[in-house]
Design a binder for this molecule. Structure first.
Ligand code: AMP
Length: 288
């Protein structure tokens, strides 16, 4: 596997399958890389062309609305590189901030952070992530667009764990007219249902036990067929933990607007809460 530190080094790895991450890799990330490797193999067999698997690791400061969260985000590049290789990556792109936020001769950032009001609607709905983390999705849009322009993949693989982000990335490629297929993959969970996350290492043992209640709350909501009842059942489960939810909401899976009870459009139940000082998010198809 090749470790790529600058933009020119990317040239031999174009038109591949791309997995963008912030590192501190766990089984959830590795499942994405294995899925990418499988797609790349199928593409090589089908089209008889080289199709590299490329992973990126970049802890993007512009998507952190809390500087302390950015400062304490785990950074484990050496271990991550070994795990990437094992999972089937051909290249690991670990750029500097200077490469991502490169400037033109007049000092303007080539890929600036968009204004909130210019983001696709899916990232501007009140109450979910956008309301709780101002500037977060603008930072995500900025870095994903820049990474896509640099890596120029044929396909990119994202986790359903960050459901609203996945919908934003789909909206991004449509708006920017980027010929990149966006592939979503299911959330990988611990035995007690807790969604794997790089932030889980920050939970102390008591908070770690409590965190499993997020999944229980989603299951309680999924067992109800009325959206209002589902939200109340999920919130009750959290309050018993006791966990104060930031939100627990049933939404249209694609637009993230209110679900339309009469239509057959898929819906999703999404949750965010702080547990032991660590902010966690999760979601699942609704109803079960
Ligand atoms: P991150 O490093 O947190 O930015 O995540 C990088 C990618 O891994 C994103 O597409 C996430 O949705 C995905 N991911 C994170 N956790 C999981 C998980 N438990 N299962 C599946 N995918 C995940």
């Amino acid at each position: 596997m090749h470790l790529l530190r600058d933009i020119p080094a990317l040239a031999p790895f174009r038109a591949g399958v791309f997995v963008p991450t912030m590192g501190a890799l766990h089984e959830g990330h590795l499942a994405l890389i294995r899925a990418a490797a499988e797609r790349a193999r199928a593409e090589r067999d089908r089209a008889g062309r080289a199709c590299p698997v490329i992973v990126s690791i970049f802890v993007n400061p512009t998507q952190f609305n809390d500087p302390r969260d950015y400062a304490r985000y785990p950074r484990t590049l050496e271990r991550d590189a070994a795990a990437c290789e094992q999972a089937g990556a051909d290249a690991l792109f670990a750029p500097s901030a200077a490469a991502i936020y490169a400037r033109d001769e007049s000092g303007r950032v080539l890929a600036p952070k968009p204004r909130e009001e210019d983001l696709p609607e899916v990232a501007r709905l009140p109450r979910l992530e956008d309301a709780r983390r101002p500037g977060h999705f603008a930072g995500v849009y900025q870095v994903v667009k820049r990474l896509f322009e640099l890596v120029r993949p044929a396909a990119a693989v994202f986790g359903e764990k960050d459901w609203q982000q996945l919908q934003l990335v789909r909206a991004l490629v449509a708006r920017e007219r980027m010929p990149i297929e966006i592939v979503g993959r299911p959330t990988v969970r611990e035995a007690d249902g807790l969604a794997m996350s790089s932030r889980n290492t920050q939970l102390d043992p008591a908070a770690r036990r409590q965190a499993a209640m997020l999944w229980r709350a989603l299951e309680a909501a999924r067992a109800r067929r009325d959206p209002g009842e589902a939200e109340r059942a999920g919130a009750r489960t959290l309050l018993e933990a006791p966990i104060e939810p930031e939100y627990l909401a049933v939404r249209d899976a694609e637009t993230l607007g209110p679900p339309d009870a009469r239509s057959l459009r898929p819906a999703r139940v999404l949750v965010a809460a702080r547990v032991g000082g660590v902010r966690l998010i999760d979601n699942a198809p609704w109803p079960a």
